[in-house]
Ligand binder design. Sequence first.
Ligand SMILES: Nc1nc2c(c(=O)[nH]1)N[C@H]1C(S)=C(S)[C@@H](COP(=O)(O)OP(=O)(O)OC[C@H]3O[C@@H](n4cnc5c(=O)[nH]c(N)nc54)[C@H](O)[C@@H]3O)O[C@H]1N2
Ligand SMILES: Nc1nc2c(c(=O)[nH]1)N[C@H]1C(S)=C(S)[C@@H](COP(=O)(O)OP(=O)(O)OC[C@H]3O[C@@H](n4cnc5c(=O)[nH]c(N)nc54)[C@H](O)[C@@H]3O)O[C@H]1N2
Ligand code: SF4
Ligand SMILES: [Mo]
Length: 762
Amino acid sequence: MSKNYDRIENTTVWSPGPGCHGGCGVRVFLKDMPDGQPAKVVKIEADPCHPWNQGRTCSRLLAYTRYLYHPDRLLYPMKRVGERGEGKFERISWDEALDTIESKFKQFREESGAESVIFVQGTGRDINAPLTFLTYAYGSPNLSQLGLSGQSCYTPRITGACMVDGTLTVADCSQFFEKRYEDPRWEVPKYIVVWATNPGVGCPDGFQGHWVVDCMKRGSKLIVIDPRATWFSSRAEHFLQTRPGSDGALALGMLHLIIENEWYDKDFIDKWTQGLPELRERCREYSPEVVERLTWVPKEVLYEATKAYATNSPSAIHWGMPIDMNPEATTVAQAIAMLWCITGNFDVPGGNVAARGAFGIAMWPINQSQVLDTYGAEFLEKINDKRIGAKEFPYVANTRLYIQPDLAVEQMLTGKPYKIRGTYIQTSNLLGGNAADLNKHYNALRNMEFNVLVDLFHNPTTMAVADIILPAACFTERNSIRVWHTPAQVIRKLHEPLGEARNDWEINFELALRFDPKLREKYTKLEDFFDEKLKPSGHTFESLKAIGGWIFEKEGVSVPYKRYETGLLRPDGKPGFATPSGKVEFYSLNHEAWGLDPLPFYREPPESENVTPELMKKYPLVMVTGRRSPVYFHSEHRNIDWLREVDPFPIVEINPKIAKERGLKDGDWCIIENDRGKFTRKVMYNISMNAKCVSVPHGWWPPEEEGKAPHYFGAWKYNCNKLVLSQVGSSSGYGGGAYKTVPVNVRRAEPGEIERLGEEIR
Ligand SMILES: Nc1nc2c(c(=O)[nH]1)N[C@H]1C(S)=C(S)[C@@H](COP(=O)(O)OP(=O)(O)OC[C@H]3O[C@@H](n4cnc5c(=O)[nH]c(N)nc54)[C@H](O)[C@@H]3O)O[C@H]1N2
Ligand SMILES: Nc1nc2c(c(=O)[nH]1)N[C@H]1C(S)=C(S)[C@@H](COP(=O)(O)OP(=O)(O)OC[C@H]3O[C@@H](n4cnc5c(=O)[nH]c(N)nc54)[C@H](O)[C@@H]3O)O[C@H]1N2
Ligand code: SF4
Ligand SMILES: [Mo]
């Protein structure tokens, strides 16, 4: 058979299309086309020589050609010509689109200040750097993942853990070394705690699930903490089947057992930590009996699992986003970070290693001190003055640069303390799956004078609120760089984009130069910016491309281990940790200074059996939303035929016992409801589900349904977020989006009820 491609090129993926937190090295099979047409991608596969994924990848990547060449892709800039919701858009030129955005946003800036525009991203695809660049060039303090209640994805874990050990860590699966498992410096973790994550399905947060499997093949045993059975739990030595939202109590219970049984690392504690006596006192409130009641984990199971983790070094914990959706999530993150510190598993081979970008490269300023370095004190002061939530919440004011999203949506509705007039939304589908409290976000966005959306397909958000839509490019259509931990990698453009789609980076770069002309003195083209960032690696964009596209740091900040001994963890270069005391803080001096509890503690979910027992009588089941599907990324990919075939329906996973009690058979369409609303799902029996919980995947809006108002592709029929609270869930300002602990009832649908569901937009 003759081959249907002309050449194979290598590059790195970081969405679009698979929908990912990125990193895979891939091989792209290209066919050159006649008459100057863009080369065609005929096939794609994982690169077996790339150290990150070593030939492994996901189904969404393998279906890439169905995404890139999908007939519904947005290929030209468009403006709305009918009423919002009518679905009438007209093609316009890039010049007209960018001129309109420039003049509207400049008008808002002059009349109401730059803070009157909120810049919105979804999860961390290749978007954090370009959006931050644009936001600050325009001058707005309001950078956000609007809709994501409590900023409850990674931010609470990162910021909470920083209070303890001053950094972000990940389970050590040898990913910081080019030779990976063969590197003699690395050790196999004896235990890996898989805590509130299912990494095989989603490779979340730059961590690949197959790395855990690789460690298991080399001897690692598992401890899994999850309310649901998963592939990993079925292979675990200890499976702690928890009550959703109770991870804080569990972590404190583990700390209590470790301290009382002296299963800790005494040398490390004496030399490098402070606050153990205070922590010990606090943990006494979390006896095994109390923890069993709060978490549903039998105390014997708790004891054995804790002992296994604490007395077998090295061992590692890898955690997932449901931690962020716990009430008071930053303090839950604190407690878990204390576990890897107290047991001496911090920055040791096979433990939890400090995760640094290769060569110390930071693509965008993440925290206050980096803003200070990049933009200066005056700018930092200015944005802190107006940033939504900075006055109310110490973490918003002092740690990461995102606003408090639950306050932001209120402000969009009330105009208090100042009016928000527009949004720039890039990589987020708020109404199709992201935002808690769907109706509230719908009304807030409709209340804006001008919304810009940058996306690849129409979705409920573009339909309901977009005034201008800009078409974004797929990953083989664009240049970029990725330095999320290691290695430093280039993403290379392999063919011209389809239609007039553009790289998000190029779009934002051009707008940024229009809003801040001074930037033109520094950069003439986007690659100048990339070269500036890559400088510490000794490479330019082109030279890194020429050597194969990726490079590891040989020695320096991103190379483990025990960097607290060598001064690589602190900005001043002194040994120790980047905390106020320079030590691991079991008692947080930052918290003390900010008026927060210096010690970790547990809070109940806002609606739960112990807080709102009356409500639980009416809605006795806990809906845990958002477990990931291997073939979808959030609200994407329902239109990709190869993927949809695998997971065709919006389902609810339910224990057959409680389904039968409600007269529901496997495959029936049911109603799921609480006082905030109702939606429908197809019943799927799952005998491993706890009989008090149901599991509902999020992000469902079938693209084949009607897009215009009031249908919005069925968003109001299937979107579970109608029932999710949007309210501040943490005294720090970050965490506590109550997506995993929603009281509901499940019942049979009345005749005609499902058809009417789309009509109750309020
Ligand atoms: N009920 C419930 N809701 C949840 C969650 C949950 O667990 N339960 N999880 C929450 C979490 S953790 C997160 S992070 C959010 C995620 O929320 P979002 O990131 O908003 O997720 P998506 O629904 O994938 O929306 C992304 C949109 O951007 C487009 N897009 C994808 N890549 C690009 C790109 O590179 N450039 C541009 N311009 N557009 C792109 C896609 O077509 C899509 O329309 O959802 C949250 N929502
Ligand atoms: N295929 C695919 N991959 C993805 C995504 C996607 O949409 N699709 N989304 C990406 C994004 S933005 C994120 S944030 C990550 C999320 O990925 P993860 O961090 O892995 O989080 P989840 O998939 O929400 O949940 C993982 C497990 O936690 C369990 N869980 C639910 N609630 C609780 C709880 O309260 N406590 C405990 N201990 N466990 C709980 C769930 O049952 C599930 O098995 O995935 C990323 N990767
Ligand atoms: S496996 Fe993960 S990083 Fe690799 S292409 Fe798929 S989603 Fe992206
Ligand atoms: Mo996320």
